[in-house]
Design a protein around this ligand. Structure first.
Ligand SMILES: C[S@@+](CC[C@H](N)C(=O)[O-])C[C@H]1O[C@@H](n2cnc3c(N)ncnc32)[C@H](O)[C@@H]1O
Length: 208
């Protein structure tokens, strides 16, 4: 290889990571290669934009945060978090949603801060995040507890409409949209405050 070519290869090697957008269609392709995904655990229903803003306010999302949206749908939470300067990643098991979310990221020009990946959320290591957003189901939130327990202390978890059985929330807010629709938003901070089932139907907080 000529010296000039070697220099060019080195220069490109140095440049690529600097110019690579945070959103990478390649990530989605790579994660999907060789994997057969099952059906989504919950259907797609988007969180209204006003509720997204309230969820991110409650989690105090700002520049420097690493936000993961588990089951990202059209990517609206990822886009909104990236617009606040956070690094945001969304995962969805449905390839149609992944495509929509990637288009949404591109349309809003937040590629530098946002990434969408095609994968099953129950296979993820969440330890890299300090904010996790959820709009799933109570049973799915409960199933995520072992993964959420790996978050660093001081991380925030916000869930639209669904609680997490056995874990005491820091805050529960009833939010009314301008169209009159009512939504409940739950906030937890880590380490999670687990509740021990005392007697049938009641919970008591576990003192560590
Ligand atoms: C109710 S929607 C919420 C979408 C978005 N987070 C929002 O709040 O607008 C739930 C999303 O989770 C996705 N989903 C369901 N099961 C999943 C799984 N096991 N792994 C990844 N995504 C999943 C669905 O495809 C759907 O887009």
């Amino acid at each position: 290889m000529s010296r000039r070519l070697v220099a060019a290869v080195v220069a490109i090697g140095l440049l690529v990571p600097m110019t690579q957008p945070w959103t990478s269609a390649q990530d989605a392709k790579e994660s999907a290669v060789g994997k057969k995904f099952r059906k989504p655990d919950v259907i797609y229903v988007p969180t209204p934009h006003e509720v997204v803003a309230k969820m991110l306010d409650m989690a105090q999302v700002q520049k420097g945060d690493i936000v993961y949206d588990l089951g990202c749908g059209d990517g609206r939470i990822v886009v909104a978090a990236a617009q606040r300067g956070a690094k945001a990643t969304g995962w969805d098991i449905n390839p149609e949603r992944v495509k929509e979310a990637q288009e949404n990221v591109a349309k809003n020009k937040v590629d530098a801060n946002a990434k969408i990946i095609h994968d099953d959320i129950f296979t993820l290591d969440l330890s890299g995040a300090n904010v996790v957003t959820l709009y799933l189901l109570t049973s799915l939130n409960e199933k995520l507890i072992p993964q959420l327990e790996k978050l660093k202390p001081g991380s925030r978890i916000v869930s639209h409409d669904f609680s997490m059985p056995g874990v005491k929330p820091e805050q529960v807010v009833d939010f009314t949209c301008t169209d009159g629709g009512g939504h409940t938003i739950y906030l937890w901070t880590t380490p999670l405050k687990k509740e021990k089932k005392a007697t049938a139907g009641t919970f008591e907080t576990q003192i560590p």
